[in-house]
Design a protein around this ligand. Sequence first.
Ligand code: GTP
Ligand code: MG
Length: 231
Amino acid sequence: MVTGNNKTSTREIKIVRKVLDVNETIAAQNRKTFAGKNVFVLNVMSSPGSGKTATLEKTLSRIMPEIRTAVIVGDVCTSNDADRLAVSGAPVVQVNTDAFGGDCHLAAHVIKTAVGNFELEEIDFLIVENLGNLVCPAEFDIGEDLRVVVLSVTEGEDKPIKYPLMFRVCDAALLNKIDLLPYLDYDKKETLKNIRQVNPNMPVFEISAKTEEGFEFWIDWLKQNIKKKIK
Ligand SMILES: Nc1nc2c(ncn2[C@@H]2O[C@H](COP(=O)(O)OP(=O)(O)OP(=O)(O)O)[C@@H](O)[C@H]2O)c(=O)[nH]1
Ligand SMILES: [Mg+2]
């Protein structure tokens, strides 16, 4: 449904465009900075609670200390996720968007500021755990090299076709919580069909962040991508 007069709509669209244009400019600067310092950047996105932090806890334990990794994690409030991820020994910066209006995503300028907390020369790999949201984070380039979406089996089969942009912009999907499959009425084939409808060539890794089933394939793929950039 469209409400309001045309003038209002035009103004709103122009403002949104300007915000995204500014974001693109800063994202390009970030990308240049990361390339200059030889840092590979991963943006992890999903709806709230699908298992981003749990997946990253297990991922960090498999790649560190071989790959020198740092993490930026975004939430509206709390440092819960930073506390969990810091157990790995990786330097972690928590961003709380409550301080600037409760944004539902991490924008490029926020990443630019947060990165100032790290010595980039001492890092090969930067992981960004975005805010739990299947819409906004997909619209904001942060200067990353790789994007993954975590989708848990408890979210239903239709999320890829309800929130197609997220699945269009990501390079891979992690289908998480597969340890719960025996207890659910869940049609995995239908989910995979819906992912393929939006992004036909997207790799899908079926994983459990609880049991670590399927992690070897996800970690191999991730390492291959990191090694393409980091010499
Ligand atoms: N059974 C099962 N539970 C999981 C799995 N992965 C995550 N969980 C649980 O799901 C809940 C949410 O996990 P988180 O890792 O906090 O999810 P998140 O996506 O980081 O959540 P936000 O950062 O709040 O968006 C926790 O209770 C986890 O223990 C899994 O593979 N299997
Ligand atoms: Mg989390």
